[in-house]
Design a protein. Structure first.
Length: 630
């Protein structure tokens, strides 16, 4: 059984990965998958409705499915359709996070409601004026100076604006028969426009018809100004393929063209079918509208289809589960069945790495960009790069250390990426100064590889300390292997950090006219280079041996996390993403944990001898006679 365990794991793992590649299917009568594949232009890029629904829900409630009052789950696309076409029902879904006590008081809740955390728009609507007033008071205050309440009320206010934008995207929320309204509007446009012009010229006209046209114009102008979702593709005679419009803008153009845009009519028809629970009308309309778009927007549809499949597959979530399993199996291999379980853990790491690789490549194809374009993608790439090095180490040493480090780093970086995705769409448009695929593919990739390798050295050092202090499993051969791993990875990290920083200086010179400006991010990159060089010189000069090398490598985690996240949270400099209280809190906890581990590793030897006598376990890191001076 032990012999066949790795092969069995490989077969089951491949089956699990393959099952995520099946095309998404409809769970009910409505063609939600087809609607989710329809393209819209939002946040500067064309994306499917499925992505719009998922990213909106992540921003609103930090998860992609809606949990109803009876415990049933609503898919992202079904929720989005209700927001579009049945706002009176969508308003009852608890999708707005409010977990600050003062904010709960503002919306009429009490401390007992703190455990609920998520509330419906209908609960919040009576307090919109108070929320807006508090948000306007908090907005001018600097991020770092805001109280927890001010930050929470600003987040809720932004989420409410997003929700209202969606409600006005395709129809007017208070219209019970928007399709009928549009058909009557289209029929009366020629005579109505003529009546308005006659009135303006002081000529005889139909006053009722003129007033109706003016009222409709104001109605559609308000609709246009109430959303920023560009759901209507360019007109057939438009020379600009990116001239997407809001539904309100397209309706205002009707006063000139005399005909309502067919896309607006299609979405109004879908709304009528959804409100009437008529799947027999909804599904053919989705197919007809998609066929109409295919004549002019085939590339955009193909990309939307691919992104929808990518969303359904969830490769990074799948990889995160496999990394966690690999970590546990690799740890178990140090206790029992070392050969079989270590090979099984390696198989799991390889499968998780393959899933993450496929996900990163798909993101690159969808964006048309190198792998690292923002903080979210940097978390993906740092984890991927570190796991790649772990696989190399494991293939060389075959001691499960590489698998443990891979499982730990892979899981943690994907967890970080998941929380970074809560801000919305992760495939955002690039700032103009960063819009260079060459430098994104050179400087950013190289310096991020330096991050990944520095973190890997630190996590290998953590394994050394934990095994040496708290277990008897760190024998001399394993300690020597870990020392060689850490030393080699630090050499690799020094090279990539240095080259990446130099490339960044050249890019800065081309973009801003100076090679170096002591920007916080530039200083952070320089500190990584200096710290890795310090470790190597301390080792070469005999100032530290194995234990000292490990402690310095662990502090490398602090240095790298500060450069990766900390300087971005300062709210200053050309690389700032703005101060985030939650990110700063978790960064502080991580730094404190690394400092505690360093302190534990440097406790006097007598303390651990006493621990050994009282607890019956031996910390080999400090008690092994052959390594007591190391």
């Amino acid at each position: 059984m032990k012999r066949w365990l790795p092969l069995l794991t490989l077969v089951l793992g491949l089956g699990y990965l393959g099952s995520t590649l099946w095309p998404p299917r409809n769970s009910g009568a409505f063609d939600l998958v087809g609607f989710g594949r329809l393209p819209v232009l939002a946040n500067g890029r064309i994306k499917p409705m499925d992505t719009l629904a998922r990213s909106s829900l992540l921003q609103l409630q930090h998860r992609q499915t809606v949990i109803l009052a009876d415990g049933a789950q609503l898919s992202p696309v079904a929720w989005l359709l209700d927001v579009f076409y049945r706002p009176e029902k969508a308003d009852t879904y608890a999708v707005f996070i409010a977990d600050n006590l003062d904010l709960l008081t503002l919306i009429g809740k009490t401390e007992r409601d703190l455990s609920t955390r998520r509330f419906a728009y209908a609960d919040i609507a009576p307090h919109l004026q108070e929320i807006e007033s508090q948000a306007k008071l908090a907005e001018p205050i600097d991020d770092k100076s805001r109280t927890a309440f001010q930050g929470a009320v600003l987040q809720l206010y932004g989420n409410l604006i997003l929700y209202q934008n969606l409600q006005h995207a395709l129809v007017i929320p208070d219209s019970q028969d928007f399709l009928g309204e549009l058909l009557r509007f289209q029929k009366s446009v020629p005579e109505g426009v003529a009546a308005v012009r006659a009135k303006q010229a002081g000529q005889p006209h139909d006053e009722d018809l003129a007033q109706t046209m003016v009222a409709l114009g104001q109605r559609y102008l308000t609709m246009s100004q109430s959303t920023n979702l560009l759901a209507i593709p360019p007109a057939a005679d438009s020379a600009d393929a990116n001239a997407w419009r809001t539904a309100g803008q397209a309706l205002l153009e009707t006063f000139q063209t005399g005909a309502v845009d067919s896309s607006v009519l299609a979405y109004a028809g879908l709304g009528m079918a959804w409100r009437g629970n008529r799947a027999d009308q909804f599904n053919p309309l989705v197919g007809l509208y998609r066929a109409e778009l295919a004549h002019r927007f085939a590339p955009q549809l193909a990309k939307s289809d691919a992104e929808t499949r990518f969303n359904a597959a969830e490769p990074f979530y799948t990889s995160m589960l496999l990394y966690a399993a690999a970590f546990l199996v690799a740890i178990a291999s140090w206790l029992k069945w070392p050969e079989a379980l270590s090979r099984t853990a390696l198989v799991l790491v390889a499968l998780a790495w393959a899933g993450a690789t496929a996900g990163i490549i798909t993101r690159m194809l969808l964006e048309g960009r190198p792998p690292v374009t923002n903080l979210y993608s940097s978390a993906l790439f740092v984890g991927w790069g570190a796991v790649t090095l772990c696989l190399v180490l494991e293939l060389i040493y075959r001691n499960a250390i590489g698998s443990v480090a891979a499982g730990m780093i892979g899981f943690c970086t994907l967890l970080i990426a998941h929380h970074l995705a809560l801000g919305g769409d992760t495939m955002e448009m690039m700032r103009a100064v960063l819009d260079s695929n060459f430098w994104l593919a050179t400087h950013v990739v190289v310096v991020t590889t330096g991050y990944a390798s520095t973190f890997l050295a630190g996590f290998l050092a953590l394994i050394y300390v934990f095994r040496g202090v708290f277990t008897r499993s760190l024998d001399q051969a394993t300690a020597d292997a870990l020392a060689r791993m850490v030393y080699g990875i630090i050499c690799f990290a020094t090279l990539f950090s240095f080259v990446g920083t130099m490339l960044g200086g050249i890019w800065a010179d081309q973009s801003w006219g100076r090679f170096w400006g002591w920007d916080p991010k530039e200083n952070g990159a320089l500190i990584i280079v200096i710290w890795n060089a310090l470790i190597l010189h301390a080792r070469w000069g005999g100032l530290v041996r194995t234990r000292g090398l490990m402690c310095l490598a662990i502090f490398g985690n602090v240095v790298t996390s500060w450069s990766w996240f900390g300087v971005n949270m300062l709210g200053i400099g050309l690389h700032s993403y703005g101060f985030t209280a939650a990110a700063f809190q978790w960064l502080s906890i991580f730094v404190a944990s690394q400092l505690i581990i360093i302190a534990v590793a440097n406790l006097p030897l007598e303390k651990w001898r006493s621990f050994k006598r009282s607890e019956g376990v031996g910390p080999l890191l400090v008690n092994s006679p052959s390594r007591i001076n190391k």
